[in-house]
Ligand binder design. Structure first.
Ligand SMILES: O=C(O)CCC(=O)C(=O)O
Ligand SMILES: [Fe+2]
Length: 327
């Protein structure tokens, strides 16, 4: 097991330069993996810079969100997620409650995931949350633009999973079995300025932890994302030009026996007077990949504290809970 103790509760989220991790020099890769290790032991959040995603593509994806949400309501409702058995498409404000017990989130969204047609064995077998996307006819090129963005998210997601493996003293290819066809969900989000009439504790996105392995978040310059540190204080994760925010989800806790954190975070949009747009992409190994404690995260003879689980099963369960779909 790797010995490291975070010195004190974080007050900021670190920026990790990925450039050396694309080199063939193992020492350079390991140095980046070590930076990931430290932030994963701390808040489980870090920014990545020099990831290779073109600024144009990042700006274009935020523009796609703005263009879609600016459509008249009737056009957005043409792809209403409530019509989709696998929750794809437009999410009206208030449809999700990420913080159980609080009022619904104020955000408005659009969700895509693995695009599986009716003949796919998962769909035929009724595997929860599997099926086809609902693509809107406007704005122009919506599907092409979103898919081009996702190609890059797959590249970054696979690369990060390799670095996370290295950061745990595992081979870089440790997750390769599960990453040929990753399970992913990605969403466009719009956070209108919080109305004065909002209920107590009703915010853009209620406090929650993410459900899968890693989240790759693109955000505009409005700000409002906050992360809970080890002292229980909310610290800001403001926009830093050219970066993505990466955070670890609940599956990483299982993988590392709690060594790496999947911290609470939330979104407020109280002060800007503008809409905030963001694009979180949830990147995971395939649906039936079994997540269990990695051999390097247990002392010899130790028993893991967390039950092993499949990525897809856990995510489907969390959809049911947060969208009020529980049977
Ligand atoms: O919009 C954001 O900045 C974060 C969104 C988020 O935490 C989520 O969708 O899980
Ligand atoms: Fe989240």
């Amino acid at each position: 097991m790797i010995v490291y103790t975070p010195p004190k509760p974080a007050t900021t989220i670190p920026v990790i330069d990925l450039a050396p991790s694309f080199s063939d020099d193992p020492a350079l890769k390991r140095a980046v993996a070590w930076e990931i290790h430290k932030s994963a032991r701390d808040t489980g959040f870090f920014y990545i810079a020099n990831h290779g995603v073109a600024q144009e593509l990042m700006d274009g994806q935020l523009a796609l969100a703005r263009d879609f949400f600016s459509l008249p309501l009737a056009e957005k409702l043409a792809v209403d997620a409530r019509k989709s058995a696998c929750m794809r498409g437009y999410e009206v404000p208030g449809i999700q409650t990420l913080d159980d017990g609080s009022p619904p989130d104020l955000k408005e969204g659009f969700l895509i995931g693995c695009d599986l047609d009716d003949d796919h064995p998962y769909v035929r077998d009724g595997v929860p949350n599997c099926g086809a996307n609902q693509w809107p006819s406007k704005p122009d090129g919506f599907r092409r633009r979103y898919e081009a963005y996702m190609d890059e998210m797959f590249r970054v997601g696979r690369h990060l999973m390799g670095l996370i493996a290295l950061s745990l003293d595992l081979p870089e290819t440790y997750f390769a079995d599960g990453l040929a066809e990753p399970l992913f969900n990605s969403r466009l989000l719009r956070y209108a300025p919080q109305p004065e009439t909002a209920a107590f504790n009703q915010i853009g996105a209620g406090a929650h932890t993410d459900w899968g392995m890693i989240t790759i978040l693109l955000q505009d310059d409005v700000g409002g994302l906050e992360v809970e540190n080890a002292a229980g204080e909310w610290i800001a994760a403001p926009a830093i030009p050219g970066t993505f925010v990466i955070n670890l989800g609940e599956m990483v806790r299982v993988l590392t026996n709690g060594l790496y954190h999947a911290n609470m975070h939330r979104v407020l949009n109280n002060h800007s007077g503008r809409d905030r747009f963001s694009v979180p992409t949830f990147f995971d190994p395939n649906y039936f990949y079994e997540v269990r404690c990695a051999p390097t995260c247990l002392p010899a003879g130790g028993k893991p504290d967390f039950q092993e689980t499949t990525v897809g099963g856990h995510i489907a369960e969390m959809y049911r809970k947060t969208y009020g779909l529980a049977a």
